[in-house]
Design a protein around this ligand. Sequence first.
Ligand code: FE
Length: 316
Amino acid sequence: MTPPLGDIAHLGHVELLTPDLDGSVGFFTRILGLTENGRSGDSVYLRTFDDYEHHSLVLTAHSTSGVRRTALRTSSEEALRRRVAELERAGREGRWAEGEPGLGPVYVSSDPDGHELALYWESEWYEAPDELRPGLKNQPQAKPVQGVGVRRLDHVNFLGSDVAANTTFVREVLGARPTEQIVLDTGELAAQWLTFTNKSYDLVYTSDWTGTRGRLHHIAFATDTREDILRAADLCLDNDVFIETGPHKHAIQQTFFLYVYEPGGNRVELCNPLTRLVLAPDWPLITWTEAERAKGQAWGLKTIESFHTHGTPPVP
Ligand code: FE
């Protein structure tokens, strides 16, 4: 792979804003099984058990919901310098920040829609305390005793006012490969799935029907099995977590899914895409038409209306 491909190693972590910090922390720890790994100011740092870094998710108390930062780890110090130079060349504003727990210098910039993107290389490997030490040395932390026990942060799905502009930026400036997309009859690109890795997607841009910039459709956590997602649905049912749709299987990317709203209002997906990888270096971009999308999800479930309308933060 030649740059820009390969310069971004993987999705690092996401910072979610929540008007109900205690409720959100409770959902991610008690129901999903993330572990708290420190607090600072209005932010709580959480991690999935298989994350080698300090944190996978930051929850920050705020007046409303939404996504603040999406952090991407580069594949080397040199790759970080190359991407920063490209961001500057592309006219994106940016600044260096220090002091993020577990991380070295972080370059904070944004996509054309205004979603904050942060790139970093230096990252401290997590060392579990005695009570969280795993049985095997090739796992960072013991599996959680309670909740779903999600393995990792899997992907972020942004809403964008201009899907084409944002995905072109991610491909050309950050170096991602598009794997699937939706093109409307008008020719407009309505959604595109992009990957930095062999996973079939890491970032997704979906058209925001309100035309608002910088909103979030959902963040997703991967489970080991489909059965974990059925269990998650039961845990959400028993604990008054709003289930929006699923469990079912997506047609696009074939991901087995469940969508819920965490107490702060942000949509969270539990997904099981682990068996599907894109290994082909010449993978042909798959395009779905409006007529194909109208058929609904893989096994015929119609796409729920709120899937097209709910985003965070909410807009009037
Ligand atoms: Fe998703």
